[in-house]
Design a protein around this ligand. Structure first.
Ligand SMILES: Cc1cc2nc3c(=O)[nH]c(=O)nc-3n(C[C@H](O)[C@H](O)[C@H](O)COP(=O)(O)OP(=O)(O)OC[C@H]3O[C@@H](n4cnc5c(N)ncnc54)[C@H](O)[C@@H]3O)c2cc1C
Length: 394
């Protein structure tokens, strides 16, 4: 094992930047290697739940983020066969374009002393079975070494770090795909995230301002295949069908490119092994329907940075804080995954959706508690109490 006190992080998205920011502030010599030139677009619904907002506050960047965001009041959910449901947010949530948010976080990491390098991580350097840094491909095409005591994979879904260290699980056979973009011209945007759900698909609209919205339509792979001749027509048709007369693309204009991503599934066996730590989506990915990804990236970064600091200080074999980080991550993601599946069941099965809609009207506290669990305000397991999901399903 080497004795260095430095850390190299693959990926300068929210997970990588937040980890770097925390480590740099603690005096660690940290380098972020990011393949994209910032500001860059990232396919995302761009909803920041209350837990993510609190994490940004803790990082000291909330004022900058707020200045570029729109406040959100709640979510309006329209499921097939059920009346619309409004779930208010009890704590501040925001809509913020990722090209702005991610640049704020990476700039903050750089200002705190992290070295930010524009290059592509291609391989993990290995010394006697332990990670010893990464090989990067520079913009000039050179393959160079970046030695480090710890390697952090924060390079998102399909992480090269996770793949090279054989931490990635085989992909599932069926998964959904997302297509969307930024649009202008939707009438009546009122600070609610709007979700229109049915038939294993959904149409999510997140108001980035009074006039501009992020739109994501998520469909099974087979449906996407049917759009191949005219993706815009397929997308508009799906939005109109899911929007059920309330929303459609009529009269709206796309601002910038159409974006797509999929399959929306990716998992790893473990978030730490042999001096390699995975953070954010690189460690695993939840279906984005419940909007927990940014919170997971930022809360995971906080835990991972604390564990790395502790490991750098103790450097002892008796207790490994990084093993503990991996155990926390596995537990947390397992509960969040269960919660996502429970919510998917509630909104995808018309009979359950109708019952849940009625119950939320009768027991608004149960709906509020569900939002708190999804937003990282309380642990996800709290949603499984009889007073929350039990009440909505009974
Ligand atoms: C369709 C969709 C909608 C979503 N909507 C929401 C939402 O509304 N709210 C929410 O909270 N979450 C949402 N998510 C999830 C959220 O986008 C992710 O959880 C979040 O981006 C995770 O951050 P990250 O830093 O782990 O990864 P990323 O944001 O993916 O960042 C990874 C970074 O690594 C860089 N990188 C990759 N490979 C390399 C390499 N080899 N070398 C160097 N750099 C590399 C990339 O360029 C990128 O900048 C959504 C996701 C999808 C797909």
């Amino acid at each position: 094992m080497n004795e260095r006190r430095n850390v190299v992080i693959a990926g300068g998205g929210p997970a990588g930047s937040a980890t770097a920011l925390r480590l740099a502030r603690a005096g660690v010599d940290v380098r972020v290697v990011e393949r994209a030139k910032f500001p860059r677009r990232k396919v995302c619904g761009e909803y920041l739940n209350a837990g993510a907002v609190a994490a940004l506050d803790d990082l000291g960047v909330l004022d900058a983020v707020k200045a570029a965001s729109a406040p959100l009041r709640g979510v309006r959910l329209v499921a097939e066969g059920a009346p619309p449901v409004v779930l208010p947010f009890r704590r501040p949530a925001l809509a913020c374009a990722r090209e702005v948010l991610d640049a704020i976080l990476l700039d903050a990491a750089s200002a705190a002393g992290a070295v930010v390098e524009h290059a592509r991580v291609e391989e993990v350097m290995v010394d006697e079975g332990w990670a010893a840094g990464v090989y990067v491909r520079t913009p000039e095409g050179e393959l160079e070494e970046r030695p480090a005591r710890y390697v952090v994979g924060a390079d998102g879904v399909g992480s090269v770090i996770a793949r090279r260290c054989e931490m990635t699980k085989p992909p599932p056979r069926s998964a959904r795909y997302a297509v969307g973009g930024h649009y202008a011209g939707f009438a009546g945007l009122d600070g609610h995230v709007e979700m229109y759900v049915g038939g294993g698909a959904y149409f999510a609209l997140n108001p980035l301002s009074d006039v501009r919205a992020n739109v994501m339509v998520v469909v099974p792979k087979e449906r996407l295949g049917q759009w191949s001749r005219d993706v815009d027509a397929g997308l508009g048709g799906a939005a109109a069908a899911l929007g059920r007369g309330v929303r459609s693309f009529e009269g709206v204009t796309r601002l910038g490119p159409r974006v797509s991503v999929g399959p929306l599934a990716y998992a790893t066996y473990v978030a730490y092994q042999a001096d390699t730590v995975l953070v954010g989506d690189a460690a695993g990915f939840l279906d984005p329907f419940t909007g927990q990804g940014m919170f997971l990236a930022l809360s995971g970064a906080e835990r991972a940075a604390a564990a790395i600091l502790c490991a750098l200080e103790t450097n002892g074999p008796l207790w490994d804080p990084l093993e503990e980080y991996a155990r926390w991550r596995a537990r947390d993601v397992a509960w969040r995954g269960r919660l996502s599946k429970a919510v998917a069941l509630l909104v995808d099965v018309p009979l359950l959706a109708r019952r849940a809609a009625e119950r939320i009207q009768r027991f608004p506290d149960a709906g509020a508690a569900l939002i708190d669990a999804l937003s990282g305000i309380v642990p996800p397991q709290r949603a499984f109490r009889p007073s929350v999901l039990g009440r909505l399903l009974a």
